[in-house]
Design a binder for this molecule. Structure first.
Ligand SMILES: [Zn+2]
Length: 109
């Protein structure tokens, strides 16, 4: 997996999750942030809820958006078939996505 150790990670949970901070039941397929070993936080409590999801697929766009965003997190989902976490995309600031898209269009023209 690319990226350094300090990269924030958001997991799309396979089972039922509960936020340890606000105690909200997040249901299955919840997006959770793992703070420390066992505590799962909802994105709201992790202060990540303002970020926009940018799906994987466009490497250029992803790299640019990451560069522009002061805060970003990788989104990982457990694959039962492959038995490992798969990268779904990243969470970045909305403006960063806008800037990255503008760059991308400029490059293509
Ligand atoms: Zn919460």
């Amino acid at each position: 997996m690319e990226g350094d150790q300090s990269e924030l990670k958001v997991f799309i949970s396979g089972g039922e999750s509960t936020c340890e901070s606000c105690l909200e039941k997040l249901g299955s397929q919840a997006w959770i942030f793992l703070a420390g070993k066992r505590s799962a936080l909802c994105l709201n409590c992790a202060d990540l809820d303002h970020l926009l999801f940018l799906p994987s697929g466009n490497g250029t766009l992803t790299r640019r958006a990451k560069k522009y965003s002061t805060l970003n997190a990788v989104v990982l989902k457990w694959s039962n078939a492959r038995k490992h976490y798969e990268r779904q995309g990243i969470l970045v600031e909305e403006e960063a996505v806008g800037q990255a898209e503008a760059d991308y269009l400029r490059m293509r023209n």
